[in-house]
Design a protein around this ligand. Structure first.
Ligand code: TYC
Length: 102
């Protein structure tokens, strides 16, 4: 009997290696003057934390000097840093927010 099977030709789709966009840690720095309650408010307002979690992060920064508020893509991290620093300055507090690549 005649062979009716035709091997199929397939084209393998290329799978280019995807590079994940870099993430940035948004950091809060300790200082001697910003009231603890203000720092907690900032963490709630700008990072969506509940009061308990915000208090825990604030105390960590107070005791250790620096702490991570969250990890975000670059443009989001930049916006958070600007908003926190503007908000702190508008209330005459020296609170400093910065970012670094995760
Ligand atoms: N060290 C401040 C105080 O004793 C509180 C504080 C905590 C300030 C965290 C900044 O990022 C900070 N009032």
């Amino acid at each position: 009997p005649k062979d009716t099977h035709h091997p199929e030709l397939t084209v393998q789709a290329a799978r280019p290696k995807l590079r994940r966009p870099p993430l940035f840690k948004v950091l809060l720095l300790n200082d001697d003057y910003t009231p603890m309650e203000f720092v907690v408010l900032v963490l709630e307002r700008f990072f969506g934390m509940n009061h308990e979690n915000a208090t825990q992060i604030m105390l960590h920064v107070h005791q250790r000097g620096v702490g991570v508020c969250g990890v975000f893509p670059k443009d989001i991290a930049e916006t958070k840093v600007s908003r926190v620093n503007d908000y702190a300055r508008s209330h005459q507090h020296p609170l400093m927010c910065t970012m670094e690549e995760a």
